[in-house]
Every structure is written in C-alpha cells, then in structure tokens.
Design a protein around this ligand. Structure first.
Ligand SMILES: [Zn+2]
Length: 252
C-alpha cells in the first residue's frame, strides 16, 4: 500500500462549472417593426420601432450576463434582421439554452398606460392578456397556431413552475430597481400563452419593458440610463435564478 501514491498520480482541479445558458430574444426585427411610437428628432417627426429599443436592452442584458463566470448568454439577433418565431425557438435548441427570455415593449389605446410587466408561459383566460398576445403572436397563423397550441399545452405542463420562478426573480428586481427610480406602474407578473415561448420548449419569460404609446415613457425607454437600469435588474434576476457558481471537482 506504501506504493499506492507512486502508482496512482492523482490530479485534483477545481473550476467554475457553467450553471446555465440563457437565450435572449430581442422581439420583432427587420420587416417587423413591432409597436410604434412617433417622436421628434432634429425637428422631424420620426417613427420609433419597438424592435430597435428591444435590441438595445437585450444587448445590455447579454453583455452583463457574459461578464459572469458561470452563466453564458446568447442573442437570437444582434442586428436589425427578420426572424420567425420558429427560427428564434430553433436557436434555443442549437445552443442548448436552459432558459429563454424575450424582450418587448408595450402599446395601448390609453396614452396614460405605463409600467413594466413580466409574463411567464402558462395557460390562462385573462382577456387583457389575450389582447397583448395577438400583437406578439402575429407571426403564427392558421394550422400552425393549432399545432402550436397542442405543443404549448405539453410544454407548459413541464416548464410552467420553473418559468414562474424565473419570472418572479426577474420581476422582484424590476420592482426594487426600476419601478421606484422611474416612478412607473408595477403591472406585475402574469401567466400568458406566447407562441415564441412555447416553441422554445423550455422555461421562458416575456418582458414588456414599457409603453411606446405613452410619450413620457418613450423618453425614458430611449434613455441609456433606463436601458442600463432595466438590463441590470433582469441580469440580477437571472443570476438569482441560477444561484452561485458551483465548484466542480475533477479527478483524472
Ligand atoms: Zn413585441
């Protein structure tokens, strides 16, 4: 037994195991502008598209997450390109994402509507939520919708509790860091059936970062500081969701 140590050389190393992979999806893009706002820029009235603000916020969340040692983030699009809901979902498979986060901006007939809301994939019968879904689901049509519905039911059973947990962690940080700072309405965490979330086949949330139909809110949404603060809150929620980096011990 005294030669045991000489016969078997044991190397023990520790390193931070990746705790998770996140796919961040800036809503819309390319031909699909998403919701629109009209703003004055250089004395001209221009159309501000949801797709552009969503991309800016998504990029900021992506950069923050990738500074961690244990969570890896990807983006479904890094430029203004057209993507179907299916293409976004397929990318989640390709990179082996653990969670899917879709970034959007709201719009309402009421110009005073404002605030942040967080949706997680679940069944529901809330009329107000259905109205929003129509906009975000506009890419899915006809038979595809029926097939997606069946798929959604199966996916929901498996993922809803985890999606809900992720939604609460992210929204708790929005409540703490964004709602009081910008004096906006906390519209809460809600269940919803968004096809892009169902198609991703994994725990997922959809964030509505503010209202493009509210002029005051548009100014905030376009500001670098708001986008940074919002991204920081989402980032902290994601970090909380995955927990601390796990030390992995390897023997060889
Ligand atoms: Zn949208």
């Amino acid at each position: 037994m005294k030669y045991f140590g000489a016969l078997f050389l044991l190397f023990i190393i520790t390193f931070n195991a990746k705790a998770g992979v996140v796919l961040i999806d800036p809503g819309h893009g390319g031909e699909d502008c998403g919701a629109k706002a009209q703003i004055w820029k250089d004395k001209k009235l221009i159309v501000q598209c949801e797709k552009d603000i969503a991309l800016e916020i998504a990029k900021k969340i992506h950069a923050k997450i990738n500074k961690t040692s244990h969570i890896k983030a990807y983006l479904t699009r890094t430029v203004d390109s057209t993507l179907t809901l299916q293409q976004r979902a397929d990318y989640a498979d390709k990179i082996g994402a653990d969670i899917f986060i879709s970034i959007h901006l709201n719009s309402s007939h009421s110009r005073s509507s404002n605030g942040v809301e967080t949706y997680y994939l679940d069944n529901h019968d809330n009329a107000a939520v259905k109205k929003i879904e129509k906009v975000e689901n506009s890419d899915a049509k006809g038979e595809e919708v029926i097939i997606n519905q069946i798929l959604a039911d199966l996916v929901i059973q498996r993922t809803a509790p985890i999606s809900k947990k992720l939604a609460f962690y992210v929204h708790a940080n929005l409540q703490k860091r964004v709602v009081p700072t910008y004096k906006i309405v906390d519209r809460g965490t809600k269940p919803a059936l968004f096809y892009v979330l169902a198609l991703s086949k994994r725990p997922s949330i959809l964030l509505e970062a503010g209202f493009l139909s509210n002029q005051e809110e548009v100014d905030k949404l376009l500001s670098e500081k708001f986008q940074e603060d919002y991204a920081q809150a989402v980032y902290r929620g994601v970090v909380r969701f995955f927990g601390k980096p796990k030390k992995k011990i390897s023997l060889f």
